[in-house]
Design a protein around this ligand. Structure first.
Ligand SMILES: [Zn+2]
Length: 97
């Protein structure tokens, strides 16, 4: 699943996959060239891949449950709200450092 980011320097939106190893400038903003995750540049590309793959796995895992005629409904809204809340908590914690 493609994840978008917004560059702190130029404020433009890009796909995280655009900063991967196959890009013209891995680990850099495709628009202004800002270097991302300066202290983590060696693991950034892997982390992007992991995040995108995990998002796909998450959706597929829920889809597997949905396809089982379980006799119950999954609280999708509650699930997505909980995921959103936890991701935003992590974002807030990261910005506080
Ligand atoms: Zn930029």
């Amino acid at each position: 699943m493609k994840i978008e980011g917004k560059c702190h320097r130029c404020q433009r939106t890009f796909l995280l996959s655009q900063i991967g190893p196959d890009s013209d400038a891995p680990g850099r903003c495709p628009f202004c060239g800002a270097r991302f995750a300066r202290h983590y540049s060696t693991v950034l590309v892997d982390a992007v891949e992991d995040a995108e793959d995990s998002a796909v796995r998450f959706v597929n895992t829920i889809a597997r449950l949905q396809s089982m005629e379980t006799g119950f409904d999954i609280d999708i809204d509650g699930l997505l709200a909980a995921v959103s809340e936890q991701v935003r908590e992590q974002e807030a914690a990261a910005r506080a450092v």
